[in-house]
Design a binder for this molecule. Structure first.
Ligand SMILES: Nc1ncnc2c1ncn2[C@@H]1O[C@H](COP(=O)(O)OP(=O)(O)O)[C@@H](O)[C@H]1O
Ligand SMILES: [Mg+2]
Length: 435
């Protein structure tokens, strides 16, 4: 069972003359009253009694009080806390009657519970850090967040590159009629040389034909001149005629091939290759753009996976209040940031988190609840009761929602305490012998 405040008695603390009351064990106890009557002094007195020296008010003793400040707080675990005497020194008595000290109180008093507004006024990040610390996933979540940020930055960069490459590829001109591969000049030259070689062979045959024709002519002359050698030479003539015929036949249908087309190709080679290179460059740019687009999609997938892991981490944690989360390092409740939460949700979130900081501390103190309307107060009170939590809060109001009204440093409707008669001051140095 968490510790609750069972009763408070305070005298001569700040604005308090004498206040005694027993707050409701769970739910909301509202301390009402007009301005400057001593409401906040009641909470200050409680905080001082339970929180130790660092909660001692600057002017702890009431101005004009004859007796010193006195505080007595009784707790549900049987511990009794008192401050009394000239220095308002602390006495803590445990349930067995043994004297103890602040250390015993520190075990179940959460400092933020004595000053809930301090939590409520902390930054969004501070609230988130407290939550992450108490649910124990702070460092893991931070790693996830850093990983997500890293992937996100990388994806942004990849996306920019993909868009640039796409734009670049679109700007490049292409030539659908150009061949797929660059044309080789040496191939064409080799083809040309082959043709020229064949043409040379043709020429040789043509020359042979011309020579033989020449010989024939000369032979005819020889025949005419040398009639006596006629028979011999006739035989030669016949042979030669046969040879001529063969040569003539093989030369007759010869046709020279043209190299004009190849020459044109050689002339066009530069232009063709320029187009081929342009097409290759465009295709490469398109490939790169597609690669970057695909990388971008992969990174998107990775970011989604990490986010899911992150959510799982939070969902798996034992949260002080269902619906609490941390998004981008900021505390959220049902998806809303602190400033967008309703007043009662803010109170609920603050009380739940502070409670978790020390589950043994069953109470919270809250100053200045006047901005809360009745519905908000009721909702908050009902939640406190359901959680078994006790809240003592002040409010500028003398309405019926307040269980206690403070007026001029006292609980309205009670009598001022009778001043104790003070012992007469002893004159120092007085001796009978003086007379
Ligand atoms: N030690 C003190 N002795 C007498 N009056 C004090 C002392 N400390 C503060 N006050 C006065 O108490 C008043 C505020 O008391 P407080 O408890 O804050 O009232 P409330 O919360 O009801 O407005 C102020 O007028 C302040 O001057
Ligand atoms: Mg006040």
């Amino acid at each position: 069972m968490s510790v609750k405040i069972t009763a408070l008695e305070a005298e001569n603390v700040k604005r308090i003359k004498a206040v005694a009351f027993a707050p409701s064990p769970t739910g909301l106890t509202l301390v009402g009253g007009n301005n400057n009557q001593g409401k906040t002094s009641v909470l200050d007195a409680l905080a001082w009694a339970l929180g130790g020296e660092r909660f001692r008010p600057d002017a702890a003793q009431r101005d004009g009080a004859v007796a010193p400040a006195h505080l007595k707080v009784t707790l549900s675990n049987g511990v009794v806390v008192e401050r009394k005497g000239k220095n308002a020194s602390l006495t803590v008595t445990d349930p067995t009657g043994r004297r103890s000290g602040q250390q015993l109180l520190n075990a179940f008093v959460e400092p933020l519970a004595l000053d809930l507004p301090r939590f409520m006024e902390s930054t969004d990040k501070e609230k988130a850090d407290i939550l992450l610390r108490i649910i124990g996933v702070g460092s893991e979540l931070q790693v996830k967040d850093l990983e997500i940020k890293g992937l996100y930055d990388k994806r942004t960069f990849t996306g920019q590159l993909a868009a640039q490459k796409k734009h670049f590829a679109e700007e490049l001109i292409s030539y659908p009629e150009a061949p797929d591969e660059p044309v080789s000049a040496s191939d064409l030259i080799r083809q040309q040389q082959d043709i020229l070689a064949r043409n040379g062979e043709n020429q040789r045959k043509r020359n042979q034909f011309a020579q033989l024709t020449d010989l024939l002519e000369r032979q005819k002359k020889v025949v005419a001149d040398l009639e006596f050698q006629l028979s011999t030479e006739k035989q030669r003539l016949t042979t030669m005629q046969a040879d001529v015929k063969i040569a003539q036949t093989s030369a007759a249908d010869l046709q020279d091939e043209s190299t004009a087309e190849l020459e044109a190709s050689i002339r066009d080679i530069e232009e063709t290759n320029r187009k081929v290179r342009a097409n290759l460059e465009k295709a490469r740019a398109e490939d790169e753009a597609a690669q970057y687009a695909s990388d971008y999609d992969k990174l998107t997938g990775q970011i989604e996976d990490k986010r899911a892991e992150r959510m799982a981490l939070l969902n798996g944690a034992d949260l002080p209040l269902p619906g609490l989360s941390v998004e981008d390092g900021v505390l959220t409740y049902n998806g809303k940031r602190w400033r967008d939460m309703s007043g009662s949700d803010q109170l609920r979130v603050a009380a739940a988190i502070v409670r978790r900081l020390n589950p043994d501390c069953g109470f919270v103190l809250l100053d200045k609840l006047e901005q809360m309307d009745m519905t908000t107060l009721q909702e908050f009170s009902a939640w406190l009761e359901a959680e078994g939590l006790q809240a003592i809060a002040t409010r500028v109001s003398t309405g019926s929602e307040c269980q206690i009204i403070i007026e001029d440093g006292m609980v309205k409707g009670t009598e001022p305490p009778a001043e104790k008669p003070q012992p007469a001051p002893i004159r120092k140095g007085w001796t009978k012998g003086a007379f």
